[in-house]
Ligand binder design. Structure first.
Ligand SMILES: N[C@@H](CCC(=O)N[C@@H](CS)C(=O)NCC(=O)O)C(=O)O
Length: 213
């Protein structure tokens, strides 16, 4: 069996796929591809025409789009189920993954984290307007995620309740970058259930093992 994840260690989407592989206990090779390099890596466009990461290649089966990859990993390999069987809980998982892709990635990662943390670390000045615009959008999505946790009957350990799911893995690395920004951490402190969830997720062995640094 050959299983290769083409990805970039600092990438939040690559980490979501790596988290799913780690939680299932599946061994794989990581082929490093930097999608932000000036030119696409040699041959990579044949795997991923949009030059994003990650792409999974399993015995010649090529798959890109992280939500498809993590669902495939869960279905194709033995190990703990990362998707609930109940239709409504599964719909909630799909909804959260959709929220993450549509409303979390850009403002929390590409606007707040990149401009307030990553660029200054590289000695570049981030754009303050990007940070402000990202924070405004973040307030709305954090409130929506906290409301989903609030709607659950008991104190939920995970986004869907008592069981870990792909929704947790899709979100956690984005949140980890967001709270590296001082402004992000200050905003996040206003959402106690999300904070508790983040502590649970970010101390799991899979999260520690996939730390990009
Ligand atoms: N819809 C894609 C998004 C993947 C994505 O945007 N990955 C980022 C890294 S976290 C990337 O490759 N960015 C390169 C770029 O924006 O040019 C997925 O779900 O896999």
């Amino acid at each position: 069996m050959s299983l290769t994840l083409h990805g970039y260690r600092p990438s939040v989407y690559t980490r979501a796929a790596r988290l799913a592989l780690a939680e299932k206990g599946v061994a794989y090779d990581l082929a490093e591809v930097n999608p932000f390099a000036p030119e696409p890596a040699a041959g990579y466009l044949a795997l991923h025409p949009f030059n994003r990461v990650p792409t999974l290649v399993h015995d010649g089966f090529v798959l890109y789009e992280t939500g498809a990859i993590t669902r495939y990993i869960d279905r194709a390999f033995v190990g703990p189920a990362l998707q609930p069987a109940d239709p409504r809980t599964l719909a909630r998982m799909d909804q959260i993954i959709g929220i993450v892709d549509a409303y979390v990635y850009w403002p929390l990662v590409r606007q707040v984290y990149v401009h307030a943390v990553a660029m200054p670390r590289r000695g570049q000045s981030g754009d303050h307007r990007e940070v402000q615009s990202g924070l405004a959008a973040a307030a709305k999505v954090l409130a929506a995620l906290e409301a989903l946790l609030d709607a659950q009957a008991s104190e939920p350990a995970f986004l869907l309740g008592s069981a870990l799911s792909l929704a947790d893995l899709h979100l956690v690395s984005m949140m980890a970058y967001f709270v590296e920004a001082t402004e992000g951490a200050a905003m996040f402190a206003q959402y106690p259930k999300l904070q508790k969830w983040f502590t649970t997720l970010s101390t799991r062995p899979s999260f520690v093992a996939t730390d990009p640094r």
